[in-house]
Design a protein around this ligand. Sequence first.
Ligand code: HEM
Length: 466
Amino acid sequence: MTATTTLAEPLVREAAPSPAGPISEADLGALRTVPEIPLPRTAQVLRFSQRQIEFVFAWQRQLGDTFRFNGIVPGRPVITSHPDHVKSLFTARPEQAPSLTGESPLRPIVGPNSTLTAVGPRHMRQRKLLLPSFHGEAIAQYMQMIEEAAHREIDRWPTGKPFSLAPRMQAITLDVIMSGIFGIDGTPKPGTAEWGLRTAVRGLVEASTAPGAKIAEYMNVGRDEPVGLTKIGMEILDRPTYAVIAKRRKDPLLDSRTDIMSMLMRAETEDGERLDDRELRDELLTLVLAGHETTANSLSWTWERLVRFPDAYQRLNDAVRDDDDADTWIEATITEGMRARPVIPMIGRRVAVPWQLGEYGVAAGTPVTMSILLLHHREDVYPDPFGFRPERWLDAKPGTYTWIPFGGGIRRCVGASLAMAEQRVVLRAMVERLDLEADRPEPEHAQHRNVTMIPERGARVVARPA
Ligand code: HEM
């Protein structure tokens, strides 16, 4: 699978064009139907949830860029990975290609009305309320706090024996998001409402890796309110969340506070409305859940790759420790990590009108998912796609439709700048302080958890002081 490239060749290229976008019913009839994976549904669901990476690559090799999958999402979604198809969906009018996150297993957890799960005008309303908390200036004030959280956590790591990075990264990113949202300095104090919430979130995330979690996840697909184990988990989470909201509403300093929760409490929509407790709860949980596990696993995957590609690791070490163009190499390494292992491997839209995807046509109402994983491994865009080559980003900017770990268009991840800032700071602190190596030479498989793809053994490494 590894392509040979010469130094003269660019390491990021453009794919040959493929027409895509809304079409008329008449044009739909003239196009071919998308090929289907010829396996029973149960086999597809099982193989997809067990070995997602291998599954999508295997079928792309047999069926091409665009094929149809019969999985958990109802309606036999089409999977595509051509940049022009992605562009057509990202640039479509919202009513022509609404997001599928409204139908994801996250919906019963964070409710149908959060920025992540809402569609249409409701989505734009929620998104506008959130955006000011995540722009560049707001992020700049978090930098020191992120650095402190990283060093506090690194101080506790074992040396000379194997451990998994993912839970350690989660401890950092949870502290960061909790500080940002609630304005707490460092880890919340035991006994406070915020401490209760942090403990409940950790419990929920850990429970989501337990054996029964997959069943709970499938039982909740397409629902507004949670059922089964998820319902119990949500009750445990809701109690401290509402306690935190009640406490902040009574805070005499609410008007001058700059944390995200206070800003959301004060925010008014264009119609002069404010968020009620349930809406606030949905947004806060969205931010905590969407914001910390993704970033933690993204960093873990970058390390899982780095420790298996010694040249890339050495180059980063040299740059950071000699302070020679360190920022450039840190950025390039994170960009390559997110290309090679996008934590959210697929995102989707439901086309409301007939759509062309290259030589194929799909009917109105079809869910179309973009495989970020397959797109990021296109050999015509990324020579040596299975390698780990941060240097490909030295002369190339990540393309809007070819590097999409944060999605795109009006649904692009609200927390992308915060996530990038966290990854930069934590990666640098780790490179400065530690020498890491893989506990085993073979790569870690991907495990599918809710909408994310995480390293099966949590990115296991052995650390030694630098
Ligand atoms: C490396 C870390 C992260 C990754 C890979 C990631 C990825 C994504 C992706 C793929 C989407 C869907 C985009 C689409 O459908 O086009 C998304 C949406 C979203 N993300 Fe992130 N995310 C990360 C971190 C964060 C953080 C730190 C926050 C907030 C604290 C956050 C909050 C959100 C929200 C609110 C949405 C919904 C946006 C909308 O639909 O308008 N994410 N993210």
